[in-house]
Ligand binder design. Sequence first.
Ligand SMILES: C[S@@+](CC[C@H](N)C(=O)[O-])C[C@H]1O[C@@H](n2cnc3c(N)ncnc32)[C@H](O)[C@@H]1O
Length: 194
Amino acid sequence: MTRHFVYFSSQASTSGKALSGGNLMKAGRIDIAIHSFIQGVFLSHEIRDDVVFHFIFYGMPDPPKHIEIHAGENLQVSKRDVGTLIKKLLYKYKVGEKNEVFPGCFIEKKSFLKVIDELENEGGDVFILDKKGEGLREVDIEKNPVFIIGDHEGLPKKELRRLKKTATKVSIGPKMYFASQVVAVVNNEIDLRE
Ligand SMILES: C[S@@+](CC[C@H](N)C(=O)[O-])C[C@H]1O[C@@H](n2cnc3c(N)ncnc32)[C@H](O)[C@@H]1O
């Protein structure tokens, strides 16, 4: 079973240059994106081979950007280099293409809803991570689920209204957690079920 995590950020920068200065907080809180990715794909001394991690960035100067990273042995990245990987992918964006910059690492211009539509069409059940949703432990999770997580500002209201028709809201508990903590809990829940 492949788990898809879709991390949405309305402010994360869509320019590699903005990440070059090293201030990831100023680049639209790319630090949160990095923490979430680390919880999504890394285990102690191991990289998961059952996760596809998607970043959807709507920050300036050229939104939207969809970065798709297939975790696994081919992914040559350490926890310290995730920011550099994102920066390189943003630099290598090519107009009109889904550019595979490194094996399993793609960048393209695609909207949040279009990415979700495509994952749904591939057969994935879509779950929106939301404090007020159904308990994660209670929901059926079939093959290739898609988990949508927001950054510090949460998920966009208009798109959420549209997604509500087909997606299920799920909660990991009564507190408001960091996005990265949510990713870790979801991974753990599926690990336990498997
Ligand atoms: C730091 S929170 C966002 C806070 C933001 N101010 C808001 O109101 O949505 C980051 C993301 O983690 C997820 N999240 C946080 N707490 C959660 C919970 N208890 N259950 C499920 N998802 C949660 C949501 O997807 C949220 O967009």
